[in-house]
Design a binder for this molecule. Structure first.
Ligand SMILES: [Zn+2]
Length: 289
């Protein structure tokens, strides 16, 4: 098909899709230059469709899109990366779906997101490469890096009250205020939660270190669950404020509630407990805690 002036070519990752009418699909895609887009793939549910196989969730594709009044129309689509290893692993699929939902929740249409685009592709490739032991930590790293690039990073280094350096003691995390307060400032505030020096250290490490510097890092299961918990409560707080993706917030809040109902105190939880939380191996040469 000849490229017309009212068509554009773009790379995209399929964030999600839903059926539309008898044979079509509406896709939410993420692009480096146009941000998030809702596009229609006409006839893509017909078994004869040549586009069908290229428009699976998480696929990294090159597409030609024709502008239209409602949804722009995908007229060509070719897979660049299909992440086939990832697709054979249910845990990896759920992690990929989760990071795609986060991108969907935080980004808007028609903004440029080159850094987030690179971050998303990087994490999909890592999940595809299949280092299961590190996959939960990778998702935590993705959460913090996404928050950082979208301008919602929690303050983890200086007290939000007095501005002093946070010391390796028990401080206070204040989700609504967007970060951590020192013991003196946080003690009398409503709505804060204690954050241990160990958890804060790991959050800082995840925040300022590239993933290549985190490979092989091992964290106790109880610590990993605590890190996951504080990050997910923070994400819920930020997303609720933005009044977006209420279904996603609801499910995220449910996972927070489910986990908190099974989390035990740190000491007992370390003794080989299994939960639906992160399964990060504890036997390792390197520890962050
Ligand atoms: Zn302070």
């Amino acid at each position: 098909m000849a490229e017309r002036s009212h068509s554009y070519r773009t790379k995209a990752v399929i964030l999600r899709r839903r059926n539309f009418g008898d044979a079509d699909r509406i896709l939410t895609v993420f692009t480096p230059r146009f941000g998030k887009r809702m596009l229609i793939a006409k006839g893509s549910r017909k078994t004869t469709s040549r586009k069908a196989g290229h428009l699976e969730p998480f696929n990294h594709v090159n597409m030609l899109v024709a502008q239209a009044r409602t949804w722009d129309i995908i007229t060509e689509s070719v897979t660049i990366e299909g992440f086939l290893e990832l697709r054979g692993d249910l845990d990896a699929i759920s992690r990929a779906a989760y990071i795609c939902e986060l991108v969907d929740a935080f980004t808007a249409e028609d903004d440029e997101y080159e850094v987030v685009w690179q971050l998303l592709l990087f994490c999909l490739r890592e999940l595809d490469a299949g280092s299961t032991n590190e996959a939960d930590l990778l998702v935590r790293w993705f959460e913090l890096q996404l928050l950082r690039h979208m301008g919602f990073q929690p303050e983890l280094f200086a007290c939000l009250g007095c501005g002093g350096d946070l010391l390796p003691v028990e401080n206070f995390m204040h989700l609504n205020a967007g970060g951590v307060f020192c013991p003196e400032c946080g003690r009398n505030m409503q709505g804060g939660e204690l954050i241990s020096a160990r958890i804060l250290k790991i959050l800082r490490h995840l925040f300022r270190t590239h993933w290549d510097g985190l490979r092989g890092l091992r964290i106790r299961p109880s610590t990993a669950r605590a890190v996951e918990g504080v990050l997910q409560r923070y994400l819920v707080t930020i997303l609720e404020r933005r009044l977006k993706s209420t279904d996603f917030i609801h499910r995220l809040r449910q996972t927070v509630a489910d986990r908190e109902s099974v989390v035990k105190p740190e000491e007992s939880a370390d003794a080989g407990s299994q939960s639906h939380g992160p399964r990060v191996s504890g036997n390792s040469s390197r520890r962050a805690d």
